[in-house]
Each structure stands twice: as C-alpha cells, then as structure tokens.
Design a protein around this ligand. Structure first.
Ligand code: GLC
Length: 442
C-alpha cells in the first residue's frame, strides 16, 4: 500500500494534536468541544497505546452528565468560545443540567458501553473490574434515562428529537421527513424565494470547509430551527412531546442501543453489579422491537415516526447497522449483506457510502449524504465479523485504511474514488485507523 509509511504513528500524532489534556476535540477550529460518540471512538483508538488516557477520555465525558442521567452530545471546552456556545444551547434552562459546566441539551448514539468494554479488554481482570465499577453508576443511569424519557410508551424503541442525536446530521430519512411534514414556514419561504443561494454565499465565506462539502443551507436551517424549538421547551421532554414537536425512532440509534445493552449486561456481570429488573425488561423489548422496523416489501429496516409509526422510507448507512446490533437472525444479516454487494446500493470502490449510490440524495462529498465514514465502517465491520462475513469485513477494513493512508485523517471520503473531504486531522478517523490496524485478523 503506497501512502503513509507508519500509519499507526501518524494516526497517533493526529490524536496528540487534538488532545486538550483530559479530552480530545474532533478537529481544531471547526469542532472545539468534546463530542459524545467522537470521544467513545477516540478512546477505542487510544486504548492501544495509552489505556489510562483512554479512561480519562471517557471519564471526562461523564462530567457533562445531567442529573437525570442524560449524556449530552457536546460538553463545552472551558478554553473555547464558552460564552457563545453556552448562549446557543442555554442548557441551564433545564434544572437537570450540570451546574458547573456548559453542555448541549440533546444526546447522541449510545456508544459509551462499547468504549468502556473496549478499554476494559486492555486491562487485567482485577483492574477491569475496578474500571467497570467506576463507570457503572453513570452508564446505568444513562441507559435508565434512555428508557424513562425516550421510550414513554414502553415500545422498546427510543425516540430522538433532533437529527444531531443520530450523529448523522443531514441523513436523508430525517431530512425528507422534515421537508415533507415539518418544515417551518420561514424555511419554506426561503426555498420558494430561492434565497438559499444568498445565504449559502454568506455561509461559504465564514466556514472552514467548502460549502459543497458541508450541509446544504436549507438542511442547516432545519437543524437550527429544530434546536431553537427544543430550547424554547427548555429541553423538557414532556413539553417537547406534548407540543406536537416531531420525534423519530431512529434505526441507527436503536441498533447501537441494542449492542450497548448487551455490553451493559457484560459489564454488570464482570463487576458483580445489579441491573434493575425494569431496565432488563426494557432492554429485552428493544431487541424484539427492532423486527418491527423491518419492511418485508423492500426487505430493509427503516426508522419510524414515533407518533404515526410510518416508516421513513429512505435508505441510508443506518440500513446496515442491524448487523452491528447483533440481535437479528442470520437470515436477516444475509439479506443486509446482499445490499452491501449490490453495486447500485453500497458496493463502491471505497465503501461504505452513507447513502446508497442509487439514492436521489447521493453526492460523493455530501456529508452524511454519500461519503464513506470511518466510524460507520467500524460499526459495520464489527457486525460482519460477528456474523462470520469475514471477506466482506476484511474488504471494508482494507479500503478504510487505504483511504487514510493515501490522503490522511480526513472527516470523510468519496466512496467512488476515496478522495478526502471535510475537516482535516479528524480524531475519530485517526483513532479508528489505529484500532483497525491493531485488531486486523491474522
Ligand atoms: C458532526 C457529525 C457528528 C459528530 C460531530 C463532531 O456534527 O455529524 O456525528 O459527532 O460533527 O465530530
């Protein structure tokens, strides 16, 4: 493979550059805070060369935990733009927000249990037990919060209230749902008057990443307006749900939750901690409920509208994440692998595209509407390996490493030719490169 002679050392240097001492930012300039699932992926890489630093990465995420158990998707860095960001979110409006640190008011996919276990794997048993005991109370509280606040009808599927909660900001299922049913009138007006070109021009000047690689203007305005609505409700879920704001049972989020529940049980068992029966019942319900997201006509899983239970029939990278959940049958896994082999869908030279190539949304550098990302590749590899699809897993691993080796640790890559885009020196790309190099099957 031509490219970086020592990929491991290179990736380590990227993480060092973004290391703020006790937490790592996703990338300088554009992402100056600590993000929830980013830090989980970062710890999964750090554990290979400094397991204590990996622990610290996770512990510093827990500083942001709300009194009700929520883990926010952003914990603000003290050193950066605190005031401004603080104003944007105003998390203090909600009495559950931590008193001494500014955070966002929403969460992100629950990767925490996976990160805790991956770090634990690097520790001898006695130390692992003590590590698990240290983090167990916060992890348990987070999973309890996910069910009490986000599964109010005990359906087994948790709901999400902002596209940012999926970690895949402008992912087509959410964007089309919002465009079709929920577009605020003023964004609609901008579209009709074609003002988005003017706004895009203004945005382009102020951004560090070329506009065509970031979120579209209307999609960006949607995110902003949804965040504003949540802030007006002070991030109070009963007010949010009773004011007919939208909620979606997101496929990717719930698949990650299924895997996280599995890890939570493992952590409890190893460290001899107790999981309340009510939570165990909820966890079991989620595995069963995933099958309700299967559409026999198109032979795919979809996210669902929380209120109407209508499927959000746009395929995306989340379509493949039931592989990572690990709870689906071998037959279903085989059906998903078929999509991975389909050249009109996910089979590209540099897999795995964040939307199928035959989607109307597909753009090779379109953020979560086309590019291949290392973190979703990592999740899919883990799932494929668990179901025994070794050649498929190996292919994605090799192509992921090839993209980083050739171009560097970018945020995402074109699935067609591997060309890089988005932020440079991006932390989770570096961290997962380290992990993919270190866990390569012989
Ligand atoms: C973007 C991504 C999200 C990530 C964040 C920080 O918002 O969509 O997944 O956590 O940036 O890297």
């Amino acid at each position: 493979m031509s490219g970086k002679p020592d990929l491991f050392e290179y990736a380590k240097s990227v993480l060092k550059e973004n290391d703020k001492g006790r937490h790592t930012i996703p990338s300088g300039g554009i992402y100056p805070h600590q993000w929830l699932w980013d830090s989980c992926f970062i710890a999964i890489g750090q554990r290979h060369y400094d397991v204590d630093r990996a622990k610290t990465e996770i512990l510093s995420l827990l500083r942001g935990q709300w009194h009700n158990g929520m883990l926010p998707n952003i914990v603000m860095s003290e050193t950066s733009l605190l005031g401004r960001k603080h104003d944007f979110w105003r998390s203090q409006l909600n009495p559950n927000a931590p008193d001494d640190i500014a955070t966002s008011g929403i969460t992100q996919p629950p990767m925490l249990a996976e990160a805790i276990v991956q770090v634990g794997e690097k520790l001898p048993l006695a130390e692992r037990r003590s590590w698990y005991r240290t983090v167990f109370p916060a992890l348990l509280k987070y999973h309890q919060w996910l069910y009490t606040e986000r599964d109010p009808h005990q359906e087994g599927l948790t709901l999400q209230i902002h596209p940012w909660e999926t970690g895949m900001d402008n992912t087509p299922p959410w964007m089309s749902e919002i465009q079709q049913h929920l577009l605020p009138f003023w964004i609609h007006a901008i579209q009709v008057l074609r003002l988005e070109h003017v706004i895009a021009f203004l945005r382009r000047r102020s951004h560090l990443v070329p506009a065509e690689q970031k979120i579209g203007t209307v999609d960006g305005l949607v995110m902003y307006s949804v965040q504003r609505r949540l802030r007006r409700k002070e991030y109070d879920i009963s007010r949010i749900l009773s004011h007919s704001l939208f909620a979606i049972e997101d496929l990717g989020f719930n698949c990650i939750l299924i895997r996280a529940n599995h890890h939570l049980k493992e952590i409890a068992k190893t460290s001899r901690q107790h999981i309340p029966a009510e939570l165990l019942e909820s966890m079991e319900r989620t595995e069963k409920a995933l099958e309700k997201l299967w559409d026999p006509y198109t032979e795919q899983y979809y996210s669902r509208n929380f209120v109407t239970h209508r499927f959000l029939k746009e395929s995306s990278i989340a379509t493949l994440l039931p592989l990572y959940a690990g709870s689906i049958s071998k037959e279903r896994a085989q059906q998903l692998v078929k999509l991975l082999h389909n050249e009109h869908m996910f089979d590209t030279a540099y897999p795995v595209p964040s939307v199928p190539v035959n989607s109307a949304y597909f753009k090779p550098h379109g953020y979560w509407q086309g590019p291949s990302w290392l973190n979703t590749n990592w999740l899919i590899i883990a799932g494929l390996e668990r179901y025994g699809f070794m050649p498929e897993a190996q292919h994605i691993r090799e192509q992921s490493l090839a993209m980083v080796s050739k171009h560097g640790s970018y945020e995402y890559f074109s699935p067609i030719d591997g060309s890089p885009a988005g932020a440079h020196n991006f932390s989770w790309t570096a961290a997962l490169t380290i992990d993919l190099l270190s866990t390569k099957p012989a």
